[in-house]
Write a protein of this length. Structure first.
Length: 219
């Protein structure tokens, strides 16, 4: 892994990504700023490096994908739209790109991944980029990370069939926000906001994510 390309060329390429995100309706300068700061090519295999700055999903091995920049940006906007967003739990570390983006705009990121080798690579990348406010855990994300909770925002980057109640329980009661792709064949990016015991749900837009799976995988 190398940091080569963090020079001029890559900066210009990243600027184009930002322009495209703007055209697609991403307007929050904090979110756009993340795409200038976090080099996406560090998060994909070198052979696929040329795809890193296209607005497409990129395979990261083990049948998983790094989401397209637009979706990462959209989800990050939704994180910043929550009443509080200091402490954020992510389910599905994957490559670690969304984790690195979140680490730019919130105080603390906690991220859970069920596939060990993906988690190990993500950890290396975050260290390389000197990101120290993200903590990673290998576990089944359906359980959340109760010992560090409650969280202002929880987002999943894999799609469960139904809303996982354990995650709702780990939200702060006053405006805690769960952001998740929900469904199987047909999926919607969904926002659920907690107000005491009440939940307010809204569908944002149709999306396509890998399924959220139970249990852990060590190799
Ligand atoms: N945010 C990632 C997206 C990776 S794809 C990125 O920026 O690259 C979704 C990830 O969710 C995969 O790595 C997959 O292994 C993980 N995942 C699926 N079900 C999970 C679960 N129950 N707990 C934790 N991670 C899970």
């Amino acid at each position: 892994m190398n940091l080569q390309g963090i020079g001029m060329t890559s900066e210009r390429t990243r600027q184009r990504v930002i322009e495209r995100l703007f055209e697609k309706g991403i307007r929050d300068p904090r979110v756009l700023g993340c795409f200038a700061k976090v080099p996406r090519h560090i998060f994909v295999d070198e052979a696929l490096g040329h795809k890193a700055y296209e607005d497409t999903a990129v395979p990261i091995g083990y049948g998983q994908t790094l989401s397209q920049p637009y979706i990462v940006a959209r989800m990050t906007e939704l994180v910043l739209g929550a009443r509080h967003h200091e402490r954020v739990l992510e389910i599905g570390t994957g490559s670690g790109f969304q984790t690195a983006v979140l680490a730019q705009v919130v105080d603390e990121v906690f991220s859970v991944e069920r596939i060990k080798p993906l988690q190990q690579k993500a950890r290396e990348r975050l260290r390389l980029l000197k990101i120290y406010n993200a903590r990673l855990k290998m576990d089944d994300g359906f359980l959340g990370w109760p010992s560090q909770g409650p969280y202002d925002v929880i987002l999943t980057t894999a799609a469960p069939e139904e809303v996982p109640n354990e995650l709702i329980d780990q939200l702060v009661p006053d405006g805690g926000r769960l952001i998740l792709p929900l469904g199987t064949e047909e999926q919607y990016l969904t926002v659920i906001e907690r107000d005491g015991d009440d939940l307010h749900t809204r569908r944002v837009e149709p999306v396509r994510f890998v399924p959220m799976l139970k249990g852990v995988q060590n190799t």
